[in-house]
Design a protein around this ligand. Structure first.
Ligand code: AMP
Ligand code: MG
Length: 331
């Protein structure tokens, strides 16, 4: 008798459990990677429809590759290089006009620290390539745009370079822009929860299920270790660091973020992390603050609306915006 009622209870329990599982489909997490813009891009999507997430991630990778093709300086035939070769006004896509417009705003806001015209400087150093070199002052001076002058005129979709030294290079902003566009696409595909991580430039859609996403901030001097974590949702967290692309000679580190006044690697910071509503904005501001150094860089971040940030200065000391303090967890 006892045995029979026990069996009944167990059976009933099983049926209830099964019904509960069927009522609440288990959210799947799909994570995929691809090599785009010279870095490993990881896209994660959460949701009940794995197929839908996979298709949206495919499309997001395709879109990011299209953006890479448009903004690359590595292929002489790219739309960006077409602008660089012309001395007359060039018509560009709405996408490029939008990105240049944002870049010019940050260029102005940062007093020229953020500069999209340093392609000639970058080509001289060849940082991150197989044979980097230290250019002479004269070589740098010959290709350095006037740091206080206007570099570019943008009227609608017409772009004009204002001096022959200006060689457009969007390396300081394009990854963030591509992350934003990928997130737009995922959102439009009906995904509610996603992250796009392009080599440390991270954009978030929603939270990680019910919780926030927990984002690690890389320690600039200890590879593979975190300095801190920050909880975020629907925001971007982007880091610029002197450890990303560099070479060392005679004990000196030469890295890829240049001071537009000298054409030399900027010396004020080890890294800058920026939290903002858009990854393109965070990307540009992180590069700009890096060039400005801990004091003026922090000021730039504090002055920007709905932007927070953390700066590791060249000597290792850390400053953060007031609004970020409570959101950081130190490691
Ligand atoms: P990020 O990692 O976003 O700080 O971008 C670094 C990349 O931006 C470099 O590899 C260059 O392509 C470009 N860049 C270097 N210096 C500057 C600068 N002062 N302003 C804007 N972009 C820069
Ligand atoms: Mg940047």
């Amino acid at each position: 008798m006892l045995n029979r009622s026990l069996t009944l209870i167990v059976a009933l329990g099983l049926i209830l459990l099964l019904a509960w599982f069927q009522r609440t489909p288990q959210p799947a997490e799909v994570a995929r990677t691809a090599l785009i813009m010279g870095t490993l891009v990881e896209i994660k999507g959460l949701g009940s429809d794995e197929n839908k997430i996979n298709m949206a991630i495919n499309d997001a990778f395709i879109l990011m590759r299209q953006i890479e093709e448009e903004f690359t300086t590595e292929k002489g035939t790219s739309p960006l290089m077409r602008v660089n070769r012309s001395n007359a006004p060039v018509e560009v896509s709405p996408r490029m006009a939008e990105l240049l417009d944002l870049g010019l705003q940050i260029q102005r806001q940062s007093g020229g620290a953020f500069s999209m015209g340093l392609g000639g400087i970058k080509a001289l150093w060849r940082i991150g390539e197989e044979t980097p070199q230290i250019p002479t002052r004269a070589e740098l001076a010959a290709v350095l745009p006037d740091p206080d002058g206007e570099q570019l005129r943008l009227t609608g979709r017409m772009v004009t370079r204002l001096s022959p030294q200006v060689q457009l290079d969007l390396g300081g902003i394009a990854k963030g822009y591509a992350v934003d566009r990928a997130l737009d696409l995922l959102r439009q595909a009906g995904i509610e929860s996603a992250s796009v991580n392009a080599g440390g430039d991270i954009g978030l859609l929603g939270g990680h299920g019910e919780r926030s996403w927990r984002i690690g901030i890389q320690h600039p001097r200890r590879a593979g270790e975190l300095l801190a974590t920050i909880d975020a949702r629907d925001q971007a967290v982007v880091t610029s660091g002197d450890y990303e692309r560099f070479f060392e000679r005679d004990g000196v580190r030469y890295h890829h973020i240049f001071d537009p006044h000298s054409g030399q690697p900027a010396r004020g910071c080890q890294s800058v992390s920026v939290v903002a509503d858009s990854a393109a904005l965070a990307d540009a501001l992180a590069t700009a603050a890096f060039v400005l150094g801990p004091q003026r860089g922090l000021q730039l971040l504090e002055e920007s609306q709905q932007v927070e940030g953390l700066i590791v200065a060249a000597d290792g000391h850390i400053v953060t915006t007031a609004g970020l303090k409570d959101r950081l967890e130190w490691r």
